[in-house]
Ligand binder design. Structure first.
Ligand SMILES: Nc1nc2c(c(=O)[nH]1)N[C@H]1C(S)=C(S)[C@@H](COP(=O)(O)O)O[C@H]1N2
Ligand SMILES: [Mo]
Length: 430
């Protein structure tokens, strides 16, 4: 498994990348799949199983979505049961992330309805603390509400996990569990208002039809929610198209919720129901340590009691350098264009800076306004590397409240969420 190296790391930081991700991901893989299990399932030994590269399993595992990954050949596969794959930073240069370059995070299997692209009889239920429970077909959604098209960032809460020290279990995402496709659907708030939200409403609860990895129909792979205020605020949509096409199987066909600004896990794929609750939702991956951060800062490696954990809400401000690719050779003494995207969980990014001297001095980058709230914003800067040799470009976004990305991995937490360390690339000046 290849990891994009972050230049300028301490020895310890790079240790995490070299050893920890591979071994923990591999342990995870062996525990959940195990080539011997696969061999037993097909009734034979897998030939050359000792030589099989990590991330490759026989075609029979297709319901995990692995078979669909051939459409995304440039992604780095971190796990294959369930399928989890991230995008190298230099492949995230598009303003609108194409299907081929959108990361994939599955907690369970891809439902048969999505594999078949069969939306027949699909309904979305809105119930719980509402005046009028609704059961809406796709046609109802399309005809009863205003259709909107928006670019919305989805970023996994665990993006950047690979850089925590001590490391955290889970997918060892580096920088690429993020993307900004264009989504078409209806506003979440419009649908909730039509149902009539009661004063007793506290939280949403999201449901879908993707099967649990165990195959147990009583278990859900994931069912998260957001505070009702967030659900009613501007931004959230219920979408049936991604980039002008029906949503692909890996991304939630036929209907998906997107609640931007929060961890990607609240954006339920294969959406069947939104239950409005009179308490904080306690569904799969809402409790324990999932998508939770310590209430108060803790020292790295602390064994935090569950009762001291709180649900993660807004994602921190962040940016990526998407051009040039790290390691590129450029001419010294001449301007070189560097560019990327910036986004923040609390809305617009107000400033973007780059450094070519390890953060000692910073230069303002040009920053575009967002085409809509919660889209990522294009930034670009011309940097001139003064002499030949090894340089790094560091990028730093500042959100609307003046909060900026840190040069180190911030806020150690048991599961490795919310890492918004500055992205760095290496440039070789010749
Ligand atoms: N039904 C369903 N929705 C889901 C998930 C899932 O496993 N099942 N994963 C969540 C997580 S953790 C993330 S980060 C995003 C990933 O979206 P993507 O796979 O379309 O990139 O989807 C979220 N919605
Ligand atoms: Mo996620």
């Amino acid at each position: 498994m290849l990891h994009e190296k972050q230049p300028g790391q301490t020895q310890e930081e790079s240790e995490i990348e070299r050893e920890q991700p591979e071994s923990s991901a591999r342990r995870n893989f062996l525990r959940t799949t195990g080539l011997s299990t696969l061999g037993a399932m097909v009734g034979m030994t897998v030939p050359f199983e000792g030589n099989m590269p990590f991330g490759v399993t026989p075609v029979m595992a297709q319901d995990t979505g692995e078979g669909l990954m051939s459409d995304k050949p440039d992604l780095t596969v971190l796990n294959d049961r369930p399928v989890n794959a991230e995008t190298p930073a230099h492949l995230l240069d598009d303003d609108v992330t194409p299907y081929e370059r959108m990361f994939v995070r599955m907690n369970g299997m891809v439902p048969q309805t999505a594999l078949d692209q069969n939306a027949e009889g699909w309904t979305l239920t809105i119930d719980g603390e509402v005046e009028t429970p609704l059961e809406l077909t796709l046609d109802d959604l399309k005809s009863q509400f205003e259709t909107v098209t928006k670019r919305l960032v989805i970023e996994c809460g665990g993006n950047g996990r690979a850089y925590f020290n001590p490391g955290a279990s889970g997918n060892q995402w580096t920088m690429g569990a993020v993307g900004c496709p264009e989504w078409t659907g209806v506003r979440l708030a419009d649908v909730l208002k039509k149902a009539g939200i009661k004063d007793s409403a506290v939280y949403t609860a999201h449901f879908s039809n993707d099967p649990h990895l165990s195959g147990d129909p009583d278990l859900l792979p994931i069912s998260r929610g957001v505070p009702i205020e967030k659900a009613l605020a501007e931004g959230g949509i219920i979408a049936w198209e991604m980039n002008g096409e029906p949503i692909p199987a890996l991304h939630g066909f036929p209907l998906r919720l997107i609640v931007p600004g929060y961890p990607g896990s609240v954006s339920q794929k294969y959406l069947t129901r939104i239950w409005i609750r009179d308490q904080v939702h306690d569904g799969a991956k809402m409790t324990g340590y999932s998508y939770r951060l310590p209430k108060n800062p803790v020292a790295p490696g602390t064994d935090v009691p569950e009762s001291d954990m709180a649900i993660m809400t807004e994602m921190p401000v962040k940016s990526l350098i998407t051009f040039p690719q790290t390691g590129t050779e450029v001419a010294s003494g001449k301007p070189t264009e560097v560019r990327g995207h910036a986004w923040a969980g609390n809305g617009d990014v107000q400033a973007m800076d780059v450094s070519i001297d390890f953060g000692q001095t910073w230069q303002k980058a040009e920053l575009d306004t967002a085409p809509n709230l919660f889209a990522w914003q294009r930034w670009r800067a011309d940097v001139t590397l003064p002499e030949t040799g090894y340089f790094e470009v560091w990028a730093r976004a500042t959100d609307k409240d003046g909060v900026m990305q840190p040069p180190v991995t911030p806020g150690w937490n048991p599961r490795g969420y919310g890492n918004n360390i500055q992205h760095r690339i290496a440039l070789i000046a010749t």
